[in-house]
Design a protein around this ligand. Structure first.
Ligand SMILES: Nc1ncnc2c1ncn2[C@@H]1O[C@H](COP(=O)(O)OP(=O)(O)OP(=O)(O)O)[C@@H](O)[C@H]1O
Length: 244
């Protein structure tokens, strides 16, 4: 898939959110989209998924099956988890409930099968959002901050699922403002700054790098990570337990 000289702004006379984006995503690639709050990560992902259309330029060769997981799953729909996934499966041309059952179990949604979407917690609703994107094996999987609100078990599933999609030849684009990139080996990084996108390959074992561990107050974690990134550092992860 290719971004061909893509420009995007939300309204005429507004500043461009993205300018002249020229990028290629190869089949089987994992791309992690980084950038400060409001930099344009979600916008870029929505352009990739086809949810937004470029104002100038084009997104070309988008795979036929796109799995799109928005930052917030729209849970204000009058269905239970099972009803919603069954309907989505039917729209995607699937017959029988095999894929629905598979993803309900894999994502730990069994207890919420008959719960209305509106009554789900944010994290559980996110899992339904993930399940609907995976019912049919996607040629392109686009995940906007998929770790937000997920429990620790579900968080570990994300790298596994990404690995399975890429092993099957699908490409994955995932935005990440928490530094969970450490769980995604061989990812390419796109950093969105001032409307443009820089691309580089993440090399966790780069001999020019060392890993510095720091402890900060829990409440300062987000601002500290933002400052570190703004200074050009790579945030590899966040953990709450003490080092042994
Ligand atoms: N629907 C919209 N209409 C108008 N402006 C928007 C809309 N959505 C986003 N924007 C603006 O576009 C810019 C980029 O937003 P975007 O959501 O893509 O950033 P982001 O990097 O994903 O941020 P975050 O990390 O906070 O999710 C921001 O200035 C935002 O306020």
């Amino acid at each position: 898939m290719r971004f061909d000289q893509v420009w995007f702004r939300y309204a005429r006379r507004e500043d461009w959110t993205l300018r002249m984006v020229d990028l290629t995503v190869e089949p089987g690639a994992t791309v992690v989209v980084l950038g400060r709050n409001g930099a344009g990560k979600s916008t870029l992902l929505q352009l990739a998924a086809g949810v937004l259309r470029p104002v100038r330029g084009a997104v070309r060769q988008r795979p036929g099956v796109v799995g799109w997981v928005p930052e917030r799953f729209p849970a204000d729909q009058p269905f239970t988890t099972e009803q919603y996934l069954t309907r989505t499966a039917a729209v995607r041309g699937l017959r029988g409930g095999r894929e629905v059952d598979h993803w309900i179990t894999r994502l730990g949604l069994d207890d919420h099968r008959h719960t209305r979407l509106a009554a789900l917690s944010k994290g559980t609703a996110q899992k339904v959002g993930l399940a609907q994107a995976l019912l049919v094996s996607p040629g392109l999987l686009v995940l906007d901050e998929p770790w937000e609100g997920l429990d620790s078990h579900a968080r570990t599933l994300i790298p596994q699922i990404v690995g399975e999609v890429t092993a099957a030849g699908g490409a994955v684009l995932v935005s990440d403002h928490r530094g969970e990139i450490a769980g995604l080996p061989d990812a390419i990084r796109w950093t969105v700054t001032d409307g443009t996108v820089k691309t580089e390959r993440a090399e966790p074992g780069d001999p020019g790098e060392v890993v510095v561990e720091i402890a900060v107050r829990r409440t300062d974690a987000d601002t500290t990570m933002a400052r570190l990134r703004a200074d050009g550092h790579r945030v590899l992860g966040v953990r709450t337990e003490r080092p042994r």
